[in-house]
Ligand binder design. Structure first.
Ligand code: SAM
Length: 231
């Protein structure tokens, strides 16, 4: 069967670029153009992508704070044979964004789901880091307060390469916390991947926290940390 053909009553999880608008698959563009509705984490951001590919499909907002209110209506639409694509602000829906919620509800209602693979920030950040890629653990964002200390403590024993997402505002705090709990480790910071100001900082936690001025605290970051070598 040609999987590019859009199926009625299906929920599509469509990966979109993490910066460079060309990082999208032909199939993703076809699906976005043919579904009945696109549920987008940020409709203004989605509009830029859709305009670039001349896609005129209607959009509705679907983000963390409205997901519980919006999901029943979207499920109803799918049960009535409508097709919906979920896209996140960037990258793969469900990776550190609200798509997980609708996926669980769709499964509960026996609705067909298809994932359209594509960009996600942690894979390019990992493969460019120079740290071991054979075994790794994706931790997403560290909890800001509750549970943060225990998560950091658990990570200090982790032998696989560790991947974290972080905002530019909290980046230095997180790097200091990592140094305190994990000791000195090799790390790599991937900033603004696929975008004009892409930069990769490679070094150790001590080097980077002792000379924070080398890092421009703007844009989006993925932190890659070497696993515990003493274990
Ligand atoms: N769903 C996305 C994915 O598949 O990677 C992740 C969404 S999460 C809300 C946003 C975080 O992803 C950012 O804070 C940053 O850590 C990371 N990120 C997204 N785009 C990035 C980019 N172009 N360069 C570096 N990190 C990025």
């Amino acid at each position: 069967m040609d999987r590019a053909v859009m199926q009625k009553g299906t929920l599509y999880l469509v990966s979109t670029p993490i910066g460079n608008l060309k990082d999208i698959t032909y199939r993703a563009v076809e699906i976005l153009a043919s579904v009945d509705l696109i549920a987008a984490e940020d409709t203004r951001h989605a509009a830029i992508l859709l305009k670039h590919y001349n896609i005129s499909t209607s959009t509705t907002s679907y983000f963390d704070f409205n997901k519980e209110r919006k999901t029943p209506g979207l499920i109803e639409k799918l049960l009535n044979g409508g097709s919906i694509a979920v896209i996140s602000d960037a990258g793969t829906p469900g990776i550190s964004d609200p798509a997980f919620y609708i996926v669980r509800e769709a499964i509960r209602h026996d609705i067909a789901i298809e994932a359209i693979p594509g960009a996600t920030a942690f894979v390019p950040a990992l493969i460019i880091s120079g740290l071991p890629t054979d075994r790794f653990i994706f931790e997403g964002f560290l909890p800001p307060k509750k549970g943060r200390q225990s998560r950091l403590k658990a990570l200090s024993d982790e032998t696989r390469t560790i991947i974290l997402y972080e905002s530019p505002k909290k980046l230095m705090t997180t790097l200091y916390d990592l140094r305190q709990h994990l000791g000195n480790r090799r790390i790599s910071l991937a900033r603004e991947l696929t975008k004009k100001f892409e930069q990769i900082y490679r070094g150790t936690l001590e080097e980077i926290t002792d000379s924070p001025n080398v890092i421009k605290l703007k844009g989006e970051f993925v932190i890659i940390i070497e696993g515990n070598k003493e274990k």
